[in-house]
Structure formats: C-alpha cells, structure tokens
Design a protein around this ligand. Structure first.
Ligand code: ZN
Length: 173
C-alpha cells in the first residue's frame, strides 16, 4: 500500500515537470504520463498552440504515443497520470483506449469530466471501468495552473498581445 502511494507521487512529479514545460511555452500547464507496470510508455504536455491543434491535450498526445509504443490501440493495464482533471474529450479517449486506472492531481471546475462538470467514468456510464485516484500532489498541480491563469489575466488586463484583447478591439472598430 505504502509503495503504491509513493510511486503515484513519483509519477505525478514527472507529469508536473511536463506541465511546467507547457507553461514555459505559453501552453495551459497540464502534463501527463502513461505507465504500464514499471515502464513509462509516454509523457507529454499540452501542445495545442504549438501544433495548432485543439485536440493536442497532454492526455491525447500520450495515448497516441503509447499506442505507437505498444503497437496497439488498446492500452490495457496502463495507468494515466495527469496533473489536472481530464476534459470530456480526454476522458472519452482514455475509455476508448481501455486504460485501467486514472490518477489526477487537481479538479478542473470548468471542463472536468470525472466529477466537476461531467461524470464520464461513473459506473454503468460508458462500458469500461476505470479506477480513479485523485488528489496526488493536488496543491502543486493546482498552483501551477493558478499562477499561469493569474499571469495571463494580467496580460489581458493590460492588453499586451492577447487574443482576447484582439477580438475585443476588432469588435469596437
Ligand atoms: Zn483534454
């Protein structure tokens, strides 16, 4: 039991490193890794801006890479570690991939699809059961998102190079 808890933390730390990398690049700082046994199949972070791809969330990128590594679209007996509660798209992708367990750090009130906004993993919902663990390194996972959005709001406030500002000023013309 203790050993499990310790390794959950260790893997979440790796996901957090990915999240930080996303933040450095101006992407929403979420990181994910997929583990099978003691093997890390894939790790990545949000890259929607970089790849100009609204589906390029950390979890989706990790599932795609793991499929390549395993040579199979079924990712049985894998554990997903992600710093933030997955959105409906990512939650559905995990169910399609047949991952066996999801471990996430902090809740995501706006899009969270585990318990915050939707409950896609609920028993008798979709026909694959995923074991859920939440709250691993919760504080750290929340903090990195909070400070990212705080910084971004500051930018919006002063109108420096933000898309929100751009849209607003076009409307005004
Ligand atoms: Zn997502």
């Amino acid at each position: 039991m203790m050993k499990d808890i310790k390794s959950d933390k260790e893997y979440m730390k790796m996901a957090l490193e990915e999240a930080k990398e996303a933040g450095r690049k101006g992407e929403v700082p979420v990181g994910a890794i997929l583990v099978k046994g003691d093997q890390v199949l894939a790790k990545d972070h949000n890259r929607s801006i970089e790849l100009r791809d609204p589906t390029a969330h950390a979890e989706v990128l990790v599932l795609r890479r793991a499929g390549e590594v395993l040579g199979n679209y079924r990712l049985n007996d894998t554990v997903m570690y992600v710093t933030s509660e997955p959105c409906p798209m990512c939650a559905a992708a995990m169910i399609h991939g047949r991952i066996s367990r999801l471990v996430f750090g902090t809740l995501e009130p706006k899009f969270g699809a585990v318990e915050s906004k939707f409950e896609l993993f609920k028993k008798d919902g979709l026909n694959h059961e995923v074991e859920i663990t939440r709250g691993i390194l919760e504080k750290e996972c929340a903090e990195i998102l909070k400070s990212f959005f705080k910084k971004r709001r500051g930018i919006v406030k002063f109108g420096v190079g933000s898309s929100e500002f751009g849209v607003k000023s076009r409307k005004a013309q």
